[in-house]
Design a protein around this ligand. Structure first.
Ligand code: 5AD
Ligand code: SF4
Length: 457
């Protein structure tokens, strides 16, 4: 029997709950890194933690209400911990923290610290201060210059934030207010972070930014690099076999980035290119700065550069003033483009954004339009997946699947693929012949060619 380790009563533990987008997932990882340096390990459940951090999202729905109800549940745990003489603190981070600030401390007495997305490198100081604090400034220093190395990464596929904030001010969107002005990280810092990820066994990097293709980071040669150039350099990072980026604005899809889809084999044939609506009238009211014709032409140019490119999008239904005819334009755009998958949402007013002041579409109309659009998108997604049957696709094996002996990985088009393979193969790209199509996943068998090659090697 193994000798049990001495109980570490002094070890502090943090439980992090992440809401929303991939950038929040990245931020939560980085907050875990910051807190690890301050002596916090990871807790599996809030009940086992000394610190609970809610990394919140404000983009849609009743974001603040969700956070307040989660805090209500945590308050009970906090009271229990305190009655046992244990410390228990609650941090609200992320975009709701930024948007609501002091209001959170006022309404939720159990919350100790409110910290916005640009200030979380200061968490140890804020915790040390002992009191109830709000830190939602956009500090002059970049948090990226104060974050520790990415010690915690053990995945095959990792996110890397290269750009944050947005200057586009779509009239429905809170991002320019919660994440602030557009900011690109210096190229060298991104390359170093990517090299560190590659050295830790990461095989796929997804570059993140609210408007990632607006990237224009300073480089050592003094020029600002566009995203295409950054991707080209990232293609040389040892160990990294796949690159992706998300989320892009159609207007920032430059010619060199389109060409990168043709020229860079490591850049996966998949692009999330939100259009939001198919109606020129609505696109203008959204301040999207592109119309339907521009988007369709862009899609054509992309497909010429990379014929197997899978496209995905975001759609908002029931934007203020959206008529039946406007909605039909969205339906016909989806039919014309053909998507591999897409997200669609009912418009939800965000306080402080221009669209929140415009005449609203009724809830039943939004519900009906959303159901129709989602049915159409599901049909397209199903057809896209079904077309994979019988093909052999390269799958990056990421982690164990549900059954013993099974692994799950991703196709170049981001589909989840289940396949029987040894656990030691996690991290390898293997050709899989696809023989079954589920609603959200594909499954297949390792292609014989792979076995033959390995036998020869
Ligand atoms: N209401 C509904 N959906 C929204 N999105 C952003 N803001 C809103 C809003 N106020 C959607 C957009 C965006 C995605 C991340 O969320 O489609 O692309
Ligand atoms: Fe929001 Fe994207 Fe528009 Fe920027 S480009 S305001 S992040 S929807």
């Amino acid at each position: 029997m193994k000798a049990s380790a001495p109980l570490k009563n002094e070890a502090r533990r943090v439980f992090i709950k992440t809401y929303g987008c991939q950038m929040n997932v990245y931020d939560s990882d980085r907050m875990a890194d910051v807190l690890a340096r301050a002596g916090y390990g990871a807790a599996e459940r809030p009940e086992d933690a000394d610190l609970v951090l809610l990394n919140t999202c404000h983009i849609r729905e009743k974001a603040a209400e969700k956070v307040f109800s989660d805090v209500g549940r945590l308050r009970v745990i906090k009271e229990q911990a305190r009655s046992e003489g244990r410390d228990f603190r609650i941090v609200v981070a992320g975009c709701v923290a930024q948007a609501e600030g002091h209001e959170i401390l006022r309404r939720a007495h159990a919350v100790d610290i409110v910290v916005g997305p640009q200030s979380y490198h200061r968490l140890p100081e804020l915790l040390a201060s002992g009191g109830r604090v709000v830190e939602t400034d956009f500090p002059p220093e970049s948090k990226f210059d104060h974050l520790p190395a990415r010690a915690g990464v053990r995945q095959v596929s990792a996110f890397l934030t290269v750009q944050e904030g947005c200057d586009r001010f779509c009239t429905f969107c809170v991002v320019p207010y919660t994440r602030g002005a557009e900011f690109s990280r210096p190229a060298e810092k991104i390359l170093r972070e990517a090299e560190a990820l590659g050295a830790r066994g990461v095989k796929e990097i997804t570059l993140l930014g609210q408007n990632v293709n607006a990237y224009h980071g300073a480089s050592a040669d003094g020029a600002a690099w566009p995203l295409a150039k950054l991707l080209e350099r990232l293609s040389d990072v040892a160990g990294v076999e796949r690159l992706r980026y998300v989320t892009s604005h159609p207007r920032d899809m430059s010619d060199d980035l389109i060409a990168a889809h043709r020229d860079l084999p490591k850049l996966m044939p998949y692009l999330h290119l939100p259009v939001q609506s198919g109606s020129d009238r609505v696109l203008a009211a959204m301040n999207r700065k592109h119309d339907r014709g521009f988007y369709r032409d862009l899609v054509e140019r992309l497909r010429r550069a990379r014929p197997d490119l899978a496209l995905t999008s975001d759609f908002i239904v029931g934007f203020p003033g959206e008529s039946d005819a406007d909605f039909e334009d969205t339906v016909s755009l989806v039919e014309a483009v053909g998507y591999a998958a897409a997200y669609s949402f009912k418009y939800s007013p965000r306080a402080g954004t221009p669209a929140a002041e415009m005449p609203q579409v009724s809830e039943p109309v939004k519900t009906e339009r959303l159901a129709r659009l989602q049915a159409l998108i599901l049909d397209q997604q199903t057809a896209f997946n079904a077309a994979m049957r019988g093909l052999t696709v390269d799958v990056l094996l990421e982690k164990p699947g549900r059954r013993p002996g099974q692994l799950v990985g991703r196709s170049p088009w981001l589909q989840a693929v289940h396949v029987d393979a040894p656990a030691a193969w996690i991290g390898r790209v293997a050709p899989v012949s696809i023989d079954a199509i589920g609603s959200n996943t594909l499954s297949g068998t390792l292609s014989e060619a792979h076995f033959r090659e390995r036998a020869i090697a």
